[in-house]
Design a protein around this ligand. Structure first.
Ligand SMILES: [Zn+2]
Length: 418
């Protein structure tokens, strides 16, 4: 007991935002041996922990590290090299062509700086999508020095339904281990993966309790393809491959991408639907009924002019929402502060605390990262602080959600507490 007491540190700040419970003014977080023991009013906490070291963070807000639920770090070398004013299909074509021209070392360097950027932006957990092994190799070469937790999803693109399981993504061990990036499979999208493969990937993930990630209802082109089988996306995907996938799986046009995902049995509490910009009330009802999580990527959607997700209606429908930055091919920053600020700007009626929850606790829950997302007993003692300016001393959540992204343009505003 004496040994433990010697290791106890009380982090005091003007505000503590535990997320799972209401904000605490003049609050404290008690940590020992890398874990949170408790949170509370500083007076109550110090009474119970006499002899502990007190670390006073002044007029700061202490809050959980962010969880970025959708990123493609291996596309980081494409930052500011693609034109945002083309159509979605044009952007995809341009991306594929440019990506091949960039030397591998440039890709590796860009991945390393993207991982550094996420850490300096306060991101502790992520779900990364990959088509190569470059990011796991960079992470491994660096010994995951940032202490990231999360998933590298090996993305399946298989319009012809020929996908075979490979043994590699199986070597991930205990999925509850923290500060480890687990490798598993994800499906790219409903339009680029045959129905039989979509079902097989989902079953593979479910058998291992892994989340299942898939881009869904991102653009009008996708909706046109899924509902009518035509349009620029249909032209882009090799028609032969698409037709054979349809024949093989008795594919019939669906009412919407979400409706198709439901018919295929892809929607459940472990499913992460990325984007969901083009969704109807009926789609939202389905997503809610199946307890699927929607990952919002507002900066990417704005970059590609694919639309604005109906966040208010999604919340009213009871859908759990989390946030992803998407890649630097469709975003200039890997910043959850910037994503929150845009959601706040586009949906001013949505409660600010709800937006902060999307960037932290909701993301941790949908990915199953039990050590992250909130300041609660037993969680990782790895959290953030931000200095509150005078105007926001009484409104820490407002500052984080609506203002901090502007200040973060200058480095050094956000700090890791431990
Ligand atoms: Zn994506």
């Amino acid at each position: 007991m004496d040994d433990l007491r010697g290791n106890i540190v009380i982090h005091r700040a003007r505000w503590v935002l535990p997320l799972a419970t209401p904000p605490i003014e003049n609050g404290a977080v008690v940590v020992a041996n890398g874990r949170i023991i408790s949170t509370g009013q500083v007076h109550d906490v110090t009474t119970h922990q006499s002899g502990a070291t007190v670390c006073d963070h002044g007029d700061s807000a202490i809050f959980p590290a962010f969880v970025n639920c959708h990123v493609h770090t291996e596309l980081s070398a494409l930052k500011k090299r693609l034109t945002p004013d083309r159509s979605f299909v044009q952007w995809v074509k341009e991306l594929i062509a440019l990506r091949r021209q960039i030397p591998e070392q440039q890709h590796r360097d860009a991945i390393l700086s993207a991982l550094d950027e996420m850490h300096s932006e306060g991101i502790a957990g992520f779900a990364d999508i990959m088509n190569t092994d470059l990011t796991p190799e960079v992470l491994s070469a660096q010994g995951n020095r940032w202490g990231f937790s999360g998933f590298s999803f090996k993305e399946v693109i298989d319009p012809q339904g020929k996908w075979q399981f490979q043994p590699k993504p199986n070597k991930t061990g205990d999925i509850h281990r923290e500060q480890v990036i687990h490798t598993c499979y994800s499906a790219h999208a409903l339009y680029s993966v045959a129905s039989c493969t979509l079902k097989a990937v989902k079953a593979w993930c479910n058998a291992r309790q892994f989340p299942f990630s898939i881009h869904m209802a991102e653009s009008l082109e996708e909706v046109e393809y899924i509902t009518e089988g035509k349009g620029s996306l249909a032209d882009f995907i090799a028609l032969k491959a698409a037709d054979s996938a349809r024949c093989m799986n008795n594919f019939v046009p669906a009412n919407s991408p979400v409706a198709l995902a439901d018919v295929l049995g892809l929607l459940d509490a472990k499913t992460l639907c990325i984007h969901c910009v083009q969704v109807s009330k009926k789609d939202m009802h389905l997503l809610s009924k199946q307890k699927a999580t929607v990952c919002l990527c507002p900066q990417s959607n704005r970059f590609l002019s694919t639309g604005v997700a109906p966040v208010g209606d999604m919340l009213s429908s009871g859908i759990r929402l989390c946030i992803g930055t998407d890649s630097l091919a469709s975003n200039d920053r890997l910043s959850m502060l910037a994503e929150m600020a845009l959601i706040h700007e586009q949906h001013p009626a949505v409660e600010e605390h709800e937006i902060l929850r999307m960037a932290t606790l909701n993301g941790a829950k949908c990915l199953g990262l039990s050590g992250l997302g909130s300041l609660e007993p037993g969680k990782q003692a790895s959290f953030l602080k931000i200095e509150l300016p005078c105007d926001f001393l009484d409104r820490p959540v407002s500052f984080l959600v609506s203002e901090a992204a502007k200040i973060m343009e200058r480095p050094g505003i956000i700090h890791w507490v431990t």
